[in-house]
Design a protein around this ligand. Structure first.
Ligand code: KG4
Ligand code: ZN
Length: 342
């Protein structure tokens, strides 16, 4: 059989990334993060699209060079079709379609959320099917029942904010710069997770999550404390961060344990940007030991948005000859394969 070499492009939010996969092995993974949003305290979609346009050629160039692959060796070009910011997705989609047309190779469209899950197949150790994956990112929080590479079902998800949003929004209330999640995590490592108690909002369905009530609970708590002591946040920053992080991790792990019990699955994975969180990683390791789970956590570079995960997903789609038409257009919302839900 001849080699399968795929160039993959990810441009769904504020990271421009390109990767090359050769016969299922990811050879390069180049990520250009966008600093332009920092001044605004959040991602500005129009600025993200423009930065993608500036980054895409050098990022693709470097991904090919790092992999030692010439563009004429490519078997296909893959890209994130959605979900994500439509203007950002359009940059990756248009570039990938144009390149594939010029090289006369097929295109492969990838669901970003499915790719976060399949990031577990980039490096050893890899989970075996079926397994449960808690995908926690800036836009989504899902428990996914993974039956095969391309057969997965969302069995629970957030009914309001995503876990990453809960981190970022509380960090913003505390005056931390964007993106707040990793900075809150750093502070939390120096604080007492049991110093303060916050609401743990309930979602109706057994494996669903809710985070918006937590945000309100933190807001009211801060307003009350600041009225008594204007320096409250500065004096207690580490303890507040540790307590917020503890609450978010507890909400996530309570539902994950429920789902594991219900589906009788002991292979447990986490994916998405929030899987870089130290509290989540440590608590998952502890709970995993107690419950005799086999726990899978991706390498840091494959937790946050990256094209390596798009590349590995594209490899499995290529094996099934699942190619897309040049007429395809990006999708801001995109339900996952095998799932009846968003
Ligand atoms: O998967 P991702 O890179 O992008 C999306 O698809 O959304 O996830 C980004 C999210 C952001 O909300 C960011 O604050 C959060 O992941 N994040 C973290 C950490 N690192 C990234 N949240 C908490 N602790 C971290 N260490
Ligand atoms: Zn993502």
């Amino acid at each position: 059989m001849s080699d399968i070499a795929i160039l993959a492009i990810e441009s769904s939010c504020d990271d421009t990334s390109a990767a090359v996969v050769l016969n299922g092995k990811v050879l390069s993974n180049v990520i250009a993060s966008q600093q332009v949003h920092e001044a605004y305290g959040g991602v500005v979609p129009e600025l993200a699209s423009r930065a993608h346009q500036q980054n895409i050629v050098p990022v693709v160039d470097k991904a090919l060079k790092d992999a030692g692959i010439d563009k004429h060796q490519l078997s296909a070009v893959a890209f994130t079709l959605g979900p994500g910011l439509i203007g950002s997705l359009l940059v990756g989609t248009s570039f990938a379609k144009g390149l594939a047309l010029a090289l006369d190779v097929p295109i492969i469209t990838v669901n970003h959320m499915q790719a976060h899950v399949l990031a577990h197949f980039i490096d050893e150790p890899m989970p075996t099917f079926p397994f449960l994956c808690l995908t926690v990112s800036g836009g989504h929080t899902q428990i996914v029942l993974v039956k095969d590479y391309l057969d997965m079902e969302v069995v629970g998800e957030s009914i309001d904010d995503a876990a990453g949003e809960a981190f970022d929004k509380t960090a913003k209330m505390l005056g931390l710069p964007y993106p707040g999640g990793p900075i809150l995590d750093k502070q939390a490592q120096m604080g007492n997770p049991l110093a303060f108690t916050f609401a743990q909002p309930k979602a109706h369905r057994p494996f669903d999550f809710s985070f918006s009530g937590l945000k309100t609970s933190v807001l009211y708590f801060l307003q009350k404390q600041i009225a008594l002591n204007p320096d409250f946040v500065q004096q207690n920053l580490a303890d507040i961060c540790a307590s917020v992080q503890h609450t978010i991790v507890k909400i996530l792990l309570d539902k994950l344990q429920k789902a594991a019990k219900h589906f009788q699955i002991t292979q447990i994975a986490i994916a998405g940007g929030v899987s870089a969180n130290s509290g989540l990683r440590n608590t998952l390791a502890e709970v995993g030991k107690k419950r005799a789970w086999a726990v899978f956590i991706p390498q840091f570079q494959y937790c946050t948005d990256n094209a390596g995960m798009i590349a590995i997903t594209a490899h499995y789609l290529y094996l099934q000859q699942q190619f897309a038409s040049q007429a395809v257009t990006p999708l801001a919302r995109f339900a996952m394969l095998g799932s009846g839900r968003r």
